[in-house]
Design a binder for this molecule. Structure first.
Ligand SMILES: O=P(O)(O)OC[C@H]1O[C@H](O)[C@H](O)[C@@H](O)[C@@H]1O
Length: 528
């Protein structure tokens, strides 16, 4: 295709949303009319599926659940007046609480106001809040936000060290939809311990977002935490940014959550249009489908050319990979679907792995995210006639062109600026694209059966650890790994026992290991 033809193609496929001033350009994806024609029936079905989902159908059949994240942005779309009321009340509750925290009406026992927010959660209960907190830091940030999103003791220490001087004015938010996620429970207990060590009452600094009746809900009630916010059964973790999960921390930080909701609602309207060319999510779904042959054969590299959007790719990793990465389709056939997502930001990544993208394995397509506004206010010239922002723009365009020349495709999404409305719209755009694409490839995007396997295996390792400790303590003389395995009654789990013992020893957990470290079979274990 020559330059004139490409310019034609660009104009033919360009999508523009006038309200949001947002563009989607899929002209640099090499799909042809034949593919578009052949996908028409699938798109018809995808639009219908989406309509049914928004109408309250059980769109997640395995878990017998409705999928209602779109109602959050327009509660009139909720299938019953009761649900509408729940949604409206939950936002009022969030705003009222945030207002009282900001004014000092709600304050910790030892200070006039809360100064910091420590959010404890993982997966869908962390990635959206982390992305938004970083993308939208307000000028007059009301509370400074920190995150614990793992059960890594050293990671927890690092965050608690930062907060050491302000512990008494830190509000701790524990977010877990299910209320039973071990990493989050551990994080909460560790933080509580630090409060207790400091002689502070944890409950009067603690709030929770969780489903009613969950373990966390019960715990928070028993302990008389400061406040609780409900998470709904019909909102999945990875699509929960526009529920209390995302909006509570955002509101506390001082972000305009109504603008986020409005941006998402505008995008939802645009992505309800049952016409491929006029629906930006359908255009993205077409691009995903074409690049990976409907089988995820190519990875999605997300490259926002804007530092504040650094965490978008991490957020999208869960949204896309947990939704689309499925063993079976809706008819039970083994399909091993998915699309791998990675990326950080441009132009930084051009100095890291873009070399491979240009010249190496052609197993990806790029999504460039362009922000038209360089910064608030004027920029100096770093060279005659060019600002730092002109360079950033030049690098984006240059990379897009250099990749395309070499047979590497890309999508470009352009937004006017980074603000709450735009972020709400971007989240809604990708949520809808995932839903439409899932329909095209006939999978359930709303469950995550594969995650359970790792959780079960971890629980079994911890069980084994308890048994190993018992055996070692009860025996009173050095045992080799085989003997421990025999005594525990799991002769085929010697390797697992070896790993457990090595970790216990490294952490002074009351055992002594002797022998040649390079020859695990020579090791003996005894209690200290
Ligand atoms: O919010 P929670 O219930 O604690 O869940 C946190 C995360 O854990 C799980 O493993 C799921 O796979 C995720 O979808 C979820 O977002």
């Amino acid at each position: 295709m020559d330059a004139t033809q490409l310019w034609q193609r660009y104009q033919e496929w360009l999508y523009y949303h006038p309200g949001l001033e947002l563009y989607v350009d899929i002209s640099r994806m090499r799909f042809d009319d034949e593919l578009v024609e052949s996908l028409k029936p699938k798109f018809e079905k995808a639009f219908k599926d989406m309509q049914a989902l928004e109408g309250g159908a059980i769109a997640n059949p395995d878990e017998e659940r409705m999928v209602g994240h779109y109602w959050l942005r327009n509660s009139d779309k909720a299938p019953t007046p009761e649900l509408k009321k729940l949604i409206d009340d939950s936002f009022d509750h969030i705003e009222e609480f945030a207002r009282k925290v900001h004014s000092g009406e709600i304050h910790p026992p030892e200070a006039d106001k809360f100064t910091d927010l420590l959010s404890v959660g993982i997966g869908g209960s962390a990635l959206g809040p982390e992305f938004v907190a970083e993308a939208l830091v307000p000028k007059d940030e009301k509370l400074k936000v920190h995150f614990i999103d793992n059960t890594d003791p050293a990671g927890i220490d690092r965050v608690m060290q930062e907060l050491k001087e302000r512990l008494n004015s830190t509000l701790v938010l524990v977010t877990t939809k299910s209320g039973g996620t071990p990493e989050t429970r551990n994080g909460m207990l560790e933080v509580k311990h630090v409060y207790e060590q400091a002689g502070l009452d944890f409950a009067s600094h603690a709030i929770a977002v969780t489903m009613q009746g969950s373990k966390m809900d019960q715990y928070a009630m028993q302990e008389h935490w400061l406040a609780e916010f409900s998470m709904f059964d019909w909102v999945g973790g990875r699509t929960s940014e526009m529920s209390a999960v995302g909006l509570l921390p955002a509101a506390l930080q001082g972000i305009d959550i109504r603008a986020m909701l409005a941006g998402a609602a505008e995008m939802d309207e645009a992505t309800r249009v049952a016409n491929l060319k006029n629906n930006p999510a359908a255009l993205l779904a077409l691009a995903w489908y074409q690049s990976g042959n409907g089988k995820g054969e190519k990875d999605m590299v997300i490259l926002p050319y804007k530092d504040s959007l650094l965490l978008f790719s991490r957020y999208l990793q869960q949204l896309i990979m947990e939704s689309l990465g499925k063993e079976r389709d809706l008819d039970g056939n083994v399909v091993h679907q998915g699309i791998a997502v990675y990326g950080n930001k441009g132009s930084t990544d051009q100095h890291a792995y873009v070399q491979q993208l240009r010249d190496g394995v052609a197993n990806f397509f790029v999504t460039f995210l362009e922000v038209l506004e360089d910064r608030k206010g004027p920029s100096m010239e770093v060279e005659p006639g060019a600002t730092a922002g002109d360079f950033l723009n030049g690098f984006l365009k240059g990379t897009r062109e250099a990749l395309f020349e070499n047979g590497r495709d890309s999508v470009t999404i352009t937004v006017p600026t980074v603000n709450p409305r735009v972020i709400g719209a971007l989240i809604a755009l990708y949520e809808r694209t995932v839903g439409l694409y899932a329909s095209l490839v006939n999978i359930n995007a709303y469950h995550q059966p594969g995650v359970e396997a790792g959780k079960k295996a971890a629980a079994s390792v911890l069980d084994l650890q308890r048994q190993v400790m018992q055996v070692v303590q009860a025996t009173g003389q050095p045992l080799d790994l085989g003997a421990i395995a025999e005594k525990v009654g799991v002769p085929n789990r010697i390797e697992a026992i070896y790993h457990i013992v090595r970790h216990l020893e490294a952490n002074n957990r009351g055992i002594v290991v002797e022998g040649d470290r390079a020859k695990p079979a020579s090791l003996t274990v005894s209690s200290k």
